[in-house]
Design a protein around this ligand. Structure first.
Ligand SMILES: NC(=O)C[C@H](N)C(=O)O
Length: 333
């Protein structure tokens, strides 16, 4: 029964632990993405007092299986729904493993100022103290609140609201896994109420140059992890596999092992775009610091972690191969 006073929120479900089911309520063995969105909503009658809800199943996967085509499908569906005057907000249920990546992809490609909020969980729907129902409830509350408009894509987890650009999974199993190491959360959602403490400054959603309406696949970009005595042959492997771009999770301020530097110089000359990010988990990678980007032809990820730098590079490569222009994008988004 639709109630005219309540906002209309559409839930797009993709799977994840929030829809996971296992045989033991105390064990960690379960399968993600088992339960359909209707089952999750039926278990949450409280949410129907907040908003008129409709659910759509976009995918049913553990987010370790997330891929470009689901991202494109999601972004296109959100753009379609958000263009409808009767839709007030959108919630996406998602596994936490790659939730930050999906969120940042949507942050750059969704064209709406309406609230778009991701919800996940660390304990499956059949576990004792499952965190999914409260996280989903909080996401619906957040998406129903007009103050959530024009803040980019939001992520609700453990009573906090994060920016999709900043949030990352920091713990393998803990319910407080999501953190924004560089900025902290934007706000809280508690007792059915949203409170914001910070805004965001980087350009997002309607302010970006990325239009995926006619895009059906994304350029191939791979990530390599830096370490002492790193093997430069790894670079050849991804370049031979036709990567147009490579993100290196370098050590410290995105630094590279000397033989890797030499190989990077060769591949940037061949037109492969190489972005230096960091394996440290927080902070910026700064241009021409210890590493001479001008000499290597590399660009820096600024404060994006490697997996988010990969997403921006994929979208940037749809527009240009010019490292200077791509570097500007890394400082803009
Ligand atoms: N907590 C979770 O959601 C983990 C799960 N593997 C997923 O990302 O779908």
């Amino acid at each position: 029964q639709q109630q005219s006073k309540l906002p209309n929120v559409v839930i797009l479900a993709t799977g994840g632990t929030i829809a996971g089911a296992g045989t033991s309520s105390v064990g960690t063995a379960y399968t993600a993405g088992k339960l359909p969105i209707d089952a999750l909503l039926n278990a949450l009658p409280e949410a129907r007092k907040i908003a008129n809800l409709t659910g759509e199943q976009v995918a049913s996967v553990g987010s370790q299986a997330m891929h470009d085509s689901v991202w494109l499908k999601l972004a296109k569906r959100i753009n379609e729904l958000a263009a409808k005057p009767e839709v007030d907000g959108i919630v996406i249920t998602h596994g936490t493993d790659t939730e930050g990546e999906t969120g940042y992809f949507l942050q750059l490609t969704v064209k709406t100022e309406k609230p778009v909020v991701l919800a996940g969980a660390m304990r499956s729907a059949t576990a004792i103290s499952a965190d999914g129902p409260m996280n989903l409830y909080n996401a619906i509350v957040t998406a129903s609140d007009k103050r959530s408009s024009n803040r980019g894509i939001l992520v609700c987890m453990n009573d906090q609201i994060f920016s999709a650009r900043e949030v990352t999974k920091t713990n393998t199993t803990n319910v407080a896994t999501f953190q924004s190491p560089n900025t902290g959360p934007l706000g809280t959602v508690f007792d059915g109420k949203v409170e914001y403490y910070h805004g965001i400054l980087r350009k997002h959603t309607v302010q970006t140059e990325f239009d995926i309406s006619q895009v059906n696949s994304l350029p191939k970009v791979d990530i390599l992890y830096g370490y002492a005595n790193m093997n430069p042959v790894l670079l050849d492997a991804v370049v031979n596999d036709k990567a147009q771009g490579v993100v290196i999770a370098g050590v410290g301020n995105g630094n590279l092992y000397p033989t890797v530097e030499a190989r990077v110089k060769d591949i940037t000359r061949k037109g492969v775009v190489v972005v230096r990010s960091s394996r440290t988990g927080s902070g910026r990678v700064t241009l021409n610091s210890e590493t001479d980007d001008a000499a290597l032809g590399t660009i820096v990820a600024d404060d994006l972690n490697p997996q988010k730098a990969r997403i921006l590079l994929q979208l940037a490569l749809l527009k240009t191969k010019d490292p200077k222009k791509i570097q500007e994008m890394f400082f803009r988004y």
